[in-house]
Design a protein around this ligand. Structure first.
Ligand code: NAP
Length: 250
C-alpha cells in the first residue's frame, strides 16, 4: 500500500476524476479538489467504496489564501502531499477580435495562476520528503488552435512552467512533467460541440477521422500517463511534455 498523498485539481469530473480514481487504485490517498466540495463527493465515495482513502476539498485554484488553507487541511487530514496533478481548467473560446479581457484573464488565472499557487503551496512537503511528482495538464492547443488564443497561450505557458519546476526541484527528488492531451471525451469537449452546433457523437466522429488511432480519447487514457509520471520508477523522467493524442504532435 502506497502511503503517499496526491492532490488532483478539477477532479469532480472529466479527466481529473479519472486521474483521481486511478491514483487511488495505485495506492495513493487522494485529495479530490474542485470548485464545489459537494461536487467531489461522488468521486470520493467511489474511491472509498473501492477501499481507498480520499478527501473532498472545495477550492478555487486561483485564490491564494484558499489554496494555502486547502493544502494545510489536506496535510492534516490525509497526509502531507507529495504528488500534485494540476488539472483544473476552463475554456472561454472566441476569435481574437471577439475575445474579452475577462475571458483572457479567466483562462490565464485558472491554468497558470492556479498551477503556480498549487505547486508553490506543495513544494515544501515534497522537498521535506526528498521525493515529489508534479504533473501539469497542457494541451495540443499549446501548438496553436483557432479560437483559443487565451487557452493556447496558457497551455504553452504550462509547458514552460513545468520545465522550470523540473530544473528548480530536481535536486530534491521532485520531478515535473506535462501531459498534453488531444481530444478527450469530457464535458469540456461536449461544451465545444454544443457551441459549434454539433451533437457530441457527430463531433467525436469528425474528430476521430483526424486522429491516427481512429478514435477520440478518454479520461482513462490520460490517467494512465499520469500514473506513469508519478510512479516510483519514473524518477529520471523530468521536464517532459507527453502528447497523449492518438498520434504524433510536435
Ligand atoms: P472539464 O470536464 O471541464 O473538468 C474541469 C474541472 O475543473 C471541472 O470540474 C471544473 O469545475 C474544474 N475547475 C474549473 N475551474 C476551476 C477552479 N478555478 N478551481 C478548481 N476547479 C476548477 O475538463 P476536462 O476535459 O476534464 O479537462 C481537464 C484538464 O485537461 C483541463 O486543464 C483541460 O484544459 C485539459 N485538457 C482537456 C482536453 C479535452 O479534450 N477534454 C484536451 C486537452 C487538455 P466546475 O465544473 O465547477 O466548473
Amino acid at each position: 500500500m502506497n502511503a503517499r498523498t496526491a492532490i488532483v485539481t478539477g477532479a469532480a469530473r472529466g479527466i481529473g476524476a479519472g486521474v483521481a480514481r486511478r491514483l487511488a487504485a495505485d495506492g495513493f490517498a487522494v485529495a479530490v479538489l474542485d470548485l464545489d466540495e459537494a461536487g467531489c463527493k461522488g468521486v470520493v465515495d467511489e474511491i472509498v467504496t473501492e477501499g481507498g482513502r480520499a478527501l473532498a476539498v472545495g477550492v478555487d485554484v486561483a485564490e491564494e489564501d484558499a489554496v494555502t488553507a486547502a493544502v494545510e487541511r489536506i496535510a492534516a487530514e490525509l497526509g502531507k502531499p507529495t504528488v500534485l496533478v494540476n488539472n483544473a481548467g476552463i475554456i472561454r473560446d472566441n476569435l481574437l477580435f471577439k475575445m474579452s479581457v475577462d475571458d483572457w484573464d479567466a483562462v490565464m488565472s485558472v491554468h497558470l495562476r492556479g498551477s503556480f499557487l498549487l505547486a508553490r503551496a506543495t513544494q515544501g512537503s515534497m522537498i521535506e520528503a526528498g521525493w515529489g511528482r508534479i504533473v501539469n495538464l497542457s494541451s495540443t492547443s499549446a501548438l496553436g488552435n483557432r479560437g483559443q488564443a487565451n487557452y493556447a497561450a496558457a497551455k504553452a505557458g504550462v509547458q514552460g512552467f513545468t520545465k522550470t519546476l523540473a530544473l528548480e526541484l530536481g535536486r530534491y527528488g521532485v520531478t515535473a512533467n506535462a501531459i498534453a492531451p488531444g481530444f478527450i471525451e469530457t464535458e469540456m469537449t461536449a461544451a465545444t460541440a454544443e457551441r459549434i452546433g454539433l451533437g457530441f457523437d457527430e463531433f467525436k466522429t469528425m474528430a476521430a477521422k483526424e486522429i491516427p488511432v481512429a478514435r477520440t480519447g478518454t479520461p482513462d487514457d490520460i490517467a494512465h500517463a499520469v500514473s506513469f509520471f508519478v510512479s516510483e520508477g519514473a524518477g529520471f523522467v523530468s521536464g517532459q511534455v507527453l502528447y497523449v493524442a492518438g498520434g504524433p504532435k510536435a
